[in-house]
Design a protein around this ligand. Structure first.
Ligand SMILES: Nc1nc2c(ncn2[C@@H]2O[C@H](COP(=O)(O)OP(=O)(O)OP(=O)(O)O)[C@@H](O)[C@H]2O)c(=O)[nH]1
Length: 393
């Protein structure tokens, strides 16, 4: 990127709420690389918003029958009232029976169901209304029924969606509109239809932008909530959530899943001799080095003061030992008095160590870390009863 385009890029990204990092900006485009914690929180939020939407529509849809009753002849208002009560029942079912399980596909299904109800109502009511010759006030109110696709697409603004998601959700409605215009199913003349379609596209664009801004806010908020502010590693509370998630996946899919418990050696000495700030800098340097050299998909959690947990999904015990070896070779930074920062490390893998749950898995890794301390520090213990790898002790 040249200087000018870099400046423009910086200006643009500075406009995003929460000042997203370069990597996070890609998350606004597509959800496929989102962190599992972000995906889970977003799935829950989307389903909650679907239910809120369903509540509003369940209340408002039957109320409008009063207007239909005043302006439309019988049996038109009666038929519309039946459709409205059917739609109301569908919205109420969505409100009462749909719950989030934290899965994104479950959230997409909720949006699809929410949009399907007014779409069916729109098709049925539109077909019915075109069979009547309405004039005056009833024609004006009847025309209002044609606005339903606009309301639906504007409704996208309620959800924290990435660009690709908004596009996928909006395209069936836009395609249906195009087809109905092309086949002259619409009662509008061609220029009016083209103008209305253009407006629909604009509304989709603005609603998608609102959705992206919501997503950007959410990314920034989730980052603040799940990261340790000093080291930028994951905080303990989010670490437990990630452990729970990966343990369940590993158990369900019978996949390997390893963790390493890292505790820096003689860290208190750094604080005592060189002050707390030097200690902080050491922790930051250690985290940066591990983050740089760990595998994509692994997660570093600050478990306590100078204790860290490295979560390694789909990793067997020997593969975890190789990964830890690589991290140790890359180093954990330098002590203020000179010499390398070292760590005592315990590794455990759920099936090899027969851990019943993630807490037990962490407990085993913790015990092995303690064994590494007892064994003289600066070493790795990855199995009982004795250290299998003790380097540089
Ligand atoms: N600078 C800094 N120090 C911290 C932080 N959190 C915990 N500590 C310090 O880390 C030190 C941990 O000391 P110990 O548990 O005795 O561990 P150690 O000195 O590394 O000794 P061994 O683990 O036995 O090798 C304590 O002095 C804590 O105050 C932090 O965020 N910043």
């Amino acid at each position: 990127m040249n200087q000018f385009s870099e400046m423009i890029w910086h200006r643009l990204t500075g406009l995003m709420p929460g000042e997203l990092t370069q990597g996070e900006l890609g998350w606004l485009f597509s959800p496929h690389t989102h962190l599992s914690l972000l995906a889970r929180r977003r799935a829950i939020l989307i389903v909650n918003r679907v239910r809120l939407f369903a509540f509003l529509f369940a209340v408002l849809t039957p109320i409008w029958s009063v207007v239909d009753f005043v302006v439309f002849p019988f049996p038109l208002w009666g038929q519309l009232a039946l459709m409205r009560f059917a739609a109301c029942a569908a919205f109420a079912s969505l409100l009462f029976y749909y719950r989030s399980n934290g899965d994104l596909f479950n959230a997409y299904r909720a949006i699809a169901l929410l949009f399907a109800i007014p779409t069916l109502f729109y098709v049925a009511s539109h077909t019915l209304l075109t069979s009547y010759q309405l004039t005056g006030m009833s024609a004006a109110i009847g025309a209002g029924y044609a606005f339903l696709p606009f309301v639906l697409l504007a409704g996208l603004a309620v959800f924290p969606l990435a660009i690709v998601e908004s596009f996928i959700i909006a395209s069936p409605i836009l395609i249906c509109q195009t087809v109905s215009g092309y086949l002259r199913w619409t009662v509008m003349d061609w220029p009016t239809f083209a103008g209305a379609f253009w407006l629909l596209v604009l509304i989709t664009g603005v609603a998608s932008l609102a959705g992206i801004c919501q997503l950007a806010f959410m990314i920034a908020l989730v980052r603040q909530a799940i990261r340790d502010p000093l080291t930028n590693a994951f905080s303990r509370s989010s670490g437990t959530e990630i452990m729970d998630l990966h343990f369940t996946i590993a158990q369900r899919n019978k996949e390997p899943f390893a963790v390493a418990f890292l505790d820096l050696d003689h860290f208190k000495h750094i604080n005592d001799q060189f002050g707390h700030e030097a200690g902080d800098r050491t922790l930051i340097a250690m985290t940066e080095s591990v983050t740089e050299h760990m595998r994509h998909g692994d997660v570093l959690v600050r478990w306590g003061g100078e204790e860290f947990l490295l979560i390694m999904p789909r990793t067997m015990l020997d593969q975890a030992a190789t990964a830890i070896d690589r991290l140790r070779k890359a180093g954990f930074g330098e002590r203020p008095e000179g010499g390398p920062v070292t760590a005592s490390i315990g590794i455990a893998e759920w099936s090899a160590d027969r851990a019943a749950d993630w807490k037990q898995l962490v407990e085993i890794a913790d015990q092995r870390m303690y064994a590494a301390k007892q064994g003289g520090r600066d070493r790795v213990v990855s199995g009982e009863p004795c250290p299998v790898s003790a380097v540089g002790a």
